[in-house]
Design a protein around this ligand. Structure first.
Ligand SMILES: *Cc1c(COP(=O)(O)O)cnc(C)c1O
Length: 369
């Protein structure tokens, strides 16, 4: 039995009738960019997240970048980012002209360690970009309280956390604004690129609405230098169909996670930790294993998919080569990069498949010397 890391085809097949109907409706409408489907999706996704405004954009990277631009954060400013973030989290800051300032994660949660935030602040710090890595909510209460003490904005990178809850509130409603991605592999995924900003702030939403469309509010009247970053009607129509299934699909991810958590309890693997009051979106199921290479060999040999999120932290990427960030600059992020291993998880992973993955991992742990 082989188990793929991810099966996006199954996600299409389950809702095929509704998705095909949505696409046919858009095709026949003759209107393809920023239209009624995008407007309807924005309203539905805002309601789902529990915020007043949602603005559809071209991708998750743009969502984060446009939030920073709309907050007037740019050259000369600093933005706190997790040292073990996905590259796009940092890139959004760099695109705005501001400087990403890495802070080490808590090695248990893989999310920003609030206890380390204050030491990283300078008079130039403007915002904290809090990432809910792997779909597990960051410690937002502690992060927001540091931010409010120092007059900083809090931006969520919610690209892996569609539907996650923190103290009963949804990811996307926990800071001043949040950026989502609808890249096909995300919990709420399109069949192309897509993204959105959620916020309760009407001025911020209006400014991003303008920036995403060449800086125009009124057609052919440009108020500032904007970009072209728009959600299209086909993707919005698809996302509307899938949004209805998001909670039940996340529930299925939770069931997969429950099996893994049970099966690996007594093993040397470090397991994802969820604090009280959090319900993760389980975008990824990531364990830490000192013997990762051996486990990967066993998975490969047994036809079980795996991945590593992420093998190289941003500060060690060629794109971010800086004298002040040599190897060893962020030892926790670097150690996590050496040890993390992602196992198959998703709404379409069968019970047999989950048991197979668990059995193969346990076998790998047993034969490791
Ligand atoms: C996917 C992702 C992004 C970027 O989204 P795109 O739509 O690919 O631009 C940003 N941050 C995180 C954490 C992501 O996982």
């Amino acid at each position: 039995m082989t188990v793929p890391f991810l099966d996006l085809g199954a996600a299409y097949r389950e809702l095929k009738t509704d998705i095909d109907a949505a696409y046919a409706r858009v095709a026949a409408s003759g209107w393809y960019i920023l239209g009624p489907e995008v407007e309807a999706f924005e309203a539905e996704f805002a309601a789902y997240c529990g915020v007043r405004h949602c603005v559809g954009v071209g991708c998750g990277l743009d969502a984060l970048h446009l939030i920073l631009r709309a907050m007037d954060i740019g050259p000369g400013d600093e933005v706190i980012v997790p040292a073990n973030a996905y590259l796009a989290t940092w890139l959004a800051v760099s695109m705005s002209g501001a400087t990403p300032v890495p802070v080490e994660p808590d090695p248990e949660t893989h999310n920003l360690d609030p206890a380390r935030l204050e030491a990283a602040l300078t008079p130039r710090t403007r915002a904290i970009l809090a990432l809910h890595l792997y779909g597990l909510p960051a410690e937002m209460d502690a992060i927001c309280s540091v931010a409010s003490r120092h007059g900083l904005k809090v931006i969520e990178d919610a690209a892996q956390a569609h539907g996650a809850r923190y103290q009963g509130r949804r990811a996307g409603s926990l800071g001043d604004a949040a950026g989502f991605s609808f890249y096909p592999t995300k919990n709420l995924g399109a069949m192309g690129d897509g993204g959105a900003v959620t916020t309760d702030n009407p001025e911020l939403a209006a400014r991003i609405r303008m920036l995403r469309n060449y800086g125009t509010r009124v057609k052919y009247r440009s108020e500032e230098l904007g970009v072209n970053s728009r959600l299209d009607e086909l993707q919005a129509a698809l996302l509307r169909v899938r949004l209805k299934s998001l909670d039940s699909w996340n529930q299925r991810r939770q069931s997969v996670a429950d099996v893994y958590l049970r099966e690996f309890q007594e093993t040397p693997l470090a397991l994802p930790r969820t604090a009280a009051g959090m319900s993760p979106a389980w975008h990824l199921f990531v364990v830490r294993a000192a013997q990762r290479e051996h486990l990967i060999e066993t998975l490969e040999r047994s036809g079980v998919g795996w991945s590593v999120h992420y093998p190289v932290p941003p500060h060690l990427q060629a794109a971010y080569a800086r004298p002040e960030w040599p190897k060893g600059a962020f030892p926790i992020a670097e150690q996590l990069a050496d040890e993390v291993l992602s196992l198959p998880i998703g709404p379409h992973l069968g019970e047999q498949e989950v048991r197979r993955v668990a059995a193969v991992v346990r076998e790998g742990l047993r034969t490791c010397t």
